[in-house]
Design a protein around this ligand. Structure first.
Ligand SMILES: Nc1ncnc2c1ncn2[C@@H]1O[C@H](COP(=O)(O)OP(=O)(O)O)[C@@H](O)[C@H]1O
Ligand SMILES: [Mg+2]
Length: 346
């Protein structure tokens, strides 16, 4: 296995996406629930919620979308606005650092508007408190003046629907979580669903891809539509430059070039696994130790890397840390012999 140098930009990393990648992503976004692949349960739930609100001529309940990056949270927020024929305002937790930032947004919403707050768990605490009241009563209290002379002035808001997205639902304070009428937990996509995502994207790109090539990509995209689309783009590039066609051999060559292995593990996934297996003899390893060892934020490890590694059965979470499974040793061609293993398996 190559690619331990860490020098290249990892093209599967959402954080490092270029402008072109983002434009590409936007162009491929499904615009309606019917076009949205997979997540059958969540789709049914959202459909019911939107239809009921339309029948009663009221704003739909507030919606929380939770799940790892790239599974369709932003897309669903746009669909909610589109399907209910309402305007959409987009903001994000990191952009709301003071209650005043939120007050400015809330007080300028038009009646019925959908307000999307991405990464809502990163909003300032003071803004969170303002949001409770806004969600419940469509009202906020604005502080005027400072110190002993400060007074709070109530301000009525237009009714709106908040759609919050988070990769870390567990970090939201309970009062905030409780004020969402519906929480959708997005799951990783299975191979058949990813094939549909890829087939749709290939059609939109005007790319002729063999079925076996699609199957191969779908097995290597971490259960994630965003990565599926990105890998497809790399395959298209490779076909354009080298082979002239998007067949299985092209897929294998392109994905090897970008260091995406047979299970879809990328450089960061592999770095994490290598640390657990070789430096810590299989674990258990604490989250922070792991994050420091690979030079990443522990939030990234917990929200992006770990859910997938757990899902494909390479690690398990225990109260004392992350532990590699026998499948992990096999995948990396290592033997457990000689390595220090946890004595009491939790
Ligand atoms: N269910 C889906 N069907 C088709 N494409 C999808 C689906 N979910 C996500 N995508 C694609 O994946 C990309 C990332 O989705 P996005 O909504 O931005 O994810 P998130 O906000 O959860 O990180 C989008 O470009 C979109 O085209
Ligand atoms: Mg998003």
């Amino acid at each position: 296995m190559s690619g331990a140098d860490g020098a290249d930009v990892d093209l599967t990393d959402p954080v490092l996406a270029s402008e072109a990648e983002l434009a590409f992503e936007g162009a491929l976004r499904p615009r309606s629930l019917a076009e949205f692949v997979g997540q059958t349960r969540v789709r049914g739930q959202l459909q019911l919620l939107l239809t009921a609100a339309t029948l009663q001529q009221r704003t739909p309940d507030h919606i929380l979308l939770a799940g790892p990056p790239g599974l369709g949270k932003t897309t669903l927020a746009m669909i909610v606005a589109h399907e209910s024929g309402r305007p959409l305002r987009m903001s994000s937790g990191p952009a709301i650092q003071h209650a005043g930032d939120l007050a400015a947004i809330l007080s300028s919403l038009v009646p019925g508007e959908v307000l999307f707050i991405d990464e809502i768990h990163r909003m300032a605490r003071s803004a969170e408190e303002m949001l409770y009241l806004a969600m419940e009563d469509f009202r906020i209290d604005i502080m005027v003046g400072k110190g002993a002379g400060a007074t709070s002035v109530p301000l009525d808001l237009s009714p709106f629907t908040l759609v919050g997205a988070t990769t870390r639902a567990g970090l939201l304070p309970n009062p905030l979580r409780d004020r969402f009428g519906f929480t959708a937990h997005l799951e990783f996509y299975d191979d058949a669903e990813l094939e549909q995502v890829l087939a749709r994207a290939a059609t939109m790109l005007g790319l002729d891809v063999d079925r076996e090539a699609l199957v191969e990509i779908s097995g290597r995209c971490r259960g994630t539509p965003r990565i599926a689309n990105r890998l497809l783009r790399r395959v298209r590039d490779y076909a354009l430059v080298h082979t002239g066609r998007a067949d299985l051999a092209t897929v294998n060559a392109a994905l090897d070039l970008y260091d995406v292995d047979a299970l879809g593990l990328d450089r960061l996934d592999r770095a994490v696994m290598q640390i657990i297996l070789t430096r810590f003899g299989g674990g258990p390893v604490g989250l922070n130790t792991l994050a420091v060892s690979v030079g990443e934020e522990s939030e990234t490890i917990e929200a992006v890397v770990e859910p997938f590694l757990v899902r494909i059965g390479l690690i398990t979470r225990t109260p004392r840390g992350r532990v590699a499974t026998p499948a992990a040793w096999r995948h990396f061609g290592l033997s457990q012999g000689g390595a220090a293993l946890p004595i009491d398996d939790l």
